[in-house]
Every structure is written in C-alpha cells, then in structure tokens.
Write a protein that binds this ligand. Structure first.
Ligand SMILES: C[S@@+](CC[C@H](N)C(=O)[O-])C[C@H]1O[C@@H](n2cnc3c(N)ncnc32)[C@H](O)[C@@H]1O
Length: 199
C-alpha cells in the first residue's frame, strides 16, 4: 500500500492533518486526544505529528498486519485491533476523544456509513470528525449511502456539516493512459463534521 501510494503521491494524510490543525488552538494541539480511525500503516499519524499534534493518538484498524507497521512508526500511544461494523461498535467509552481523523477508510468495502453514529458517540460534544472520502465512478452507491446518512444525522440535530472541500487525493502524472484512468478520480473530499453539544 505505502509503495503504491508513493508512486502516485498520496496527499490525503497531510490534507486531513492540516485541516485538523486549522480547527484547534496551539494549546489544544498540545493535549488533544485523537483517534486515527482505519490507521492502516500509520501515515496519518506521522502527518498529524508533522501538523503539530503532540498529545495521544490512538490507532484502530481491523488488520493486525497494518497495525504492526503503524506501531513501528512510534507515533501512536496505543493500538486497537477492531473491525468496526454497525453490529461491532468501537471498543471505547462514550466521549473518549477530542477529535477523530479518518483517512480513506470511509469507503466501499471498508467502513460503512451506518457506523458514523457510533464514531460520534466516542467524540466529546462539539468535537470534530475529519474524514477524507473518495467518490470515484466505482463508488456511486457508497456515496449515496454516505450523504444520506450525513443528511439524516444533521436533520436529527446530531451533527453540523462544517465544510466539504475537494482536494487532489492522488497525483497521477506518471500513470499512463493504458490503465484507462479517469483523471477526475484523482479528487476526493475532506469533510469536517462537528458533533452537536447536546448528545
Ligand atoms: C485505504 S486504507 C487507509 C489507511 C490509512 N488511513 C492511510 O490513509 O494510509 C483503509 C484502512 O482501514 C482499515 N479498515 C477497513 N475497514 C475497516 C473497519 N470496518 N474497521 C476497522 N478498520 C477498517 C483497513 O484495514 C485499512 O488499513
């Protein structure tokens, strides 16, 4: 995964980390407790440290192999092997985190949109979930489910959708046309969702 990503220039971890940093004060950066949801090999943890987060960052991933690589980077305070589904909620108490960052993990065959409400549960009131989400041609069903769920959560007063910015997720300059790439698929969204103050 990491070597594939290097050949394409994978921007998502830094985009998410910079977005996260833009939402907090210098003081909050020093002690905020973060969850990196769908940690993978831990590139996002490195990006969060680079962006200035100094507090605990918890790693959670369904794959033990990915977690092992992530922990070797030395950036995470603890690791949890857990496959998040609607029937297998996160193994953390309510309101455990000051922020959740999830890079490329809310996607088809990974974390489903019906898990969003459980992610909100582990966030403190008024805290943020920052998620990068790709919506290429092969993910139209997922996109519909994801945005329906965001609309439902917002209508129920559980979240505020603060921003949704398009960014260049991969740079494919060196990928040749023989792979039939659609260059629009290089883009993704970085979303900022704020948990409401009354749940
Ligand atoms: C596309 S990778 C992204 C990894 C990392 N965030 C990054 O940007 O490099 C998605 C990760 O989410 C994990 N994952 C997928 N579905 C999951 C689930 N339901 N619960 C926990 N982890 C999951 C996978 O094991 C994988 O490591």
């Amino acid at each position: 995964w990491e070597s594939d990503m290097k050949s394409m220039t994978y921007n998502a971890p830094d985009v998410a980390a910079q977005k996260a940093a833009s939402l907090v004060s210098r003081e909050q950066m020093e002690h905020f407790k973060l969850l990196d949801l769908g940690t993978g090999t831990g590139i996002s943890g490195v990006a969060l440290r680079r962006a200035g987060f100094l507090g605990d960052i918890s790693a959670l991933d369904g794959s033990p192999g990915m977690l092992k690589l992530a922990m070797e980077k030395g950036t995470y305070s603890d690791e949890t092997e857990h496959l998040l589904t609607s029937s297998n909620p996160l193994p953390y108490p309510d309101q455990s985190f000051d922020m959740v960052v999830s890079v490329s993990s809310f996607t088809k065959h990974h974390i489903e949109s019906d898990c969003l409400e459980d992610v909100l549960r582990v966030l403190k009131p008024l805290s943020y979930l920052i998620a990068t989400v790709r919506f290429d041609r092969h993910m139209q069903d997922y996109k519909a489910r994801f945005y329906n769920e965001l609309d439902r959560l917002e209508a129920a007063g559980l979240i505020k959708i603060c921003s949704r910015d398009k960014y260049l997720h991969y740079r494919w300059d060196e990928v040749s046309d023989e792979f039939e790439v659609n260059f629009e698929d290089q883009y993704a969204h970085v979303l900022v969702l704020q948990k409401s103050g009354n749940n």
